[in-house]
Design a protein around this ligand. Structure first.
Ligand SMILES: Cc1ncc(COP(=O)(O)O)c(C=O)c1O
Length: 472
């Protein structure tokens, strides 16, 4: 399917694209970055030269030269009579692209496999013969696994019945099922700003209009703004990450949780709490999940996953919601998939039987990575503003004066993949921020910081051309 982007929309997504390079080149570089970090999809038809030159107040020759550069590098394909569409160069790399996978791929906030994973797979292999009369997949989840997940909530003080749990193929799948069920095209969804980029992708695909709830690096959730947005925008859904929020690593204070639950109930908004990162506690201690404030509320849906705590490759997540809502989700599910594989569910059940072993193992690895990266940044880039998170997988760093998009572009030829700040926000916000994952070997963390320190003096920053603000 080809999507089309208008000149005005592209101009907005480009943000502050100008650098010290000639304008045509800087423009081509920024379009390439939007494609590489997923803000523009391959197959998107870009605006006619005239349209973009008008939107950017730039000569048509410059836009034509930028398009020609993208075409030469294989990022743009022109079909006579039907415009030009974005592409990734197959076989033919752009002159800036290193061959193969990036040696330092810091684009993902992932963790290595939990060391006990192979043993859990082996035990599941022993058990599988007892299940071979079964279909091998199912839509709600194995009873033992649903009970183990329900037990995880009960251990956190939230009465939960296995009937309130559906097992999914990871949390991203859970979010897509919930969005498809709760949201109708054109309705509003409230998202934290910044937020998890693939949630933005899900909401864009659902035709949502997004409203922002600011989460500030130093002060956290802006409750005054939340109250206003719930009342004024009447969102159908609010997507929140109260525990070790991705990308900031912050935790929502207990009083804020209680108030957000109360406001959402009053305004009829369904809170979707994504707890994918909630088990990644380094030195915080337990906090009540949003559903603890109203365990049987029809207005609170909780998503979870073993992707970060055990392994991304396991693809096991879940939805905790009232039974009636799970029934609706179940009816919607076959349109997208026919169930969660059984073998992975057996592995997940085995792993959840000893959750404390996984959380303790993760805490130790995360602490080592976090402290090392924080120390290196303090030594090497002391003016970058880092708030040390007490959990999660990433640092959300304010580079003060560097453009994160320019840094991300300059880092790729050095083999370092980065996701620039605007990928986490609406309308080009967070150009000064970088998300840096810290669960990597120390030599890789050190090398990434050394590259950033070197590049930062070369890419510099440019003054903001437009005030960046959240949209209603
Ligand atoms: C906040 C958040 N939600 C959902 C996901 C997707 O999780 P899963 O791998 O279980 O689909 C991620 C993965 O990075 C995440 O960070």
């Amino acid at each position: 399917m080809t999507s089309i982007i208008t000149g005005r929309r592209l101009a907005r997504d480009l943000g502050e694209w100008r650098t010290d390079a000639p304008a045509y080149r800087a423009l081509a570089d920024r379009i390439r970055l939007l494609l590489l970090d997923g803000r523009l999809a391959t197959g998107t038809r870009i605006p006619a030269e005239r349209d973009l030159s008008g939107a950017l107040d730039l000569s048509r020759t410059t836009v034509a030269a930028a398009y020609a550069k993208l075409r030469d590098d294989g990022y743009l394909v022109s079909v006579r009579g039907s415009g030009s569409t974005l592409a990734l160069p197959g076989g033919r790399r752009g002159e800036h692209e290193p061959a193969g996978r990036l040696p330092l791929d810091f684009t993902k906030a992932t963790a290595p496999a939990f060391p006990g994973l192979a043993a859990a797979f082996a035990r599941a292999a022993d058990q599988i013969t007892g299940y071979l009369g079964h279909d091998g997949f199912d839509m709600v989840g194995l009873p033992d696994l649903r009970e183990a997940i329900a037990g995880h909530y009960r251990d956190r003080g939230v009465p939960t019945d296995p009937d309130q749990v559906m097992v999914t193929i990871g949390a991203q799948h859970a979010l897509s099922l919930v969005t498809r069920t709760l949201h109708s095209t054109g309705e509003r969804i409230l998202v934290e700003q910044p937020t998890y980029p693939h949630a933005l992708d899900t909401f864009a695909a659902a035709g949502a209009r997004l409203v922002a709830l600011p989460v500030q690096q130093h002060t956290g959730w802006d409750l005054a703004q939340a109250r206003l947005q719930f009342r004024r925008a009447a969102p159908s859904m609010a997507f929140l990450m109260p525990d070790f929020h991705n990308p900031t690593g912050l935790s929502m204070p207990v009083a804020d949780r209680e108030e957000i639950v109360a406001v959402a109930q009053r305004e009829g908004t369904v809170l979707v709490a994504d707890e994918t990162t909630a088990l990644l506690d380094i030195d915080r201690g337990p906090m009540p999940p949003l559903c603890a404030f109203s365990p049987n509320s029809a207005n609170i849906v909780t998503l979870g996953s073993l992707g970060k705590i055990a392994w991304g490759g396991l693809r096991i997540g879940w939805i905790r919601a009232p039974q009636a809502l799970l029934g609706q989700i179940l009816r919607n599910r076959p349109a997208g998939d026919l169930g969660t594989p059984l073998f992975e569910q057996l592995v997940a059940t085995i792993l959840l039987a000893d959750l404390p072993a996984m959380t303790a193992n993760r805490a130790a690895g995360l602490r080592r990575g976090r402290d090392f990266l924080v120390g290196r940044l303090a030594e090497t880039l002391p003016d970058w503003d880092v708030v040390v998170p007490d959990g999660g997988l990433t640092l959300w760093v304010n580079t003060q004066d560097a453009s994160s998009s320019a840094l991300a572009l300059a880092a790729r030829p050095r083999g370092l993949g980065l996701v620039p700040g605007p990928r986490f926000g609406l309308d080009g916000a967070f150009e000064r921020f970088l998300r840096l994952p810290f669960f990597y070997p120390q030599d890789q963390l050190a090398e990434a910081v050394a590259i950033l320190a070197e590049l930062r003096d070369h890419v510099g920053g440019t003054p903001l051309r437009v005030p960046l603000q959240a949209v209603i």
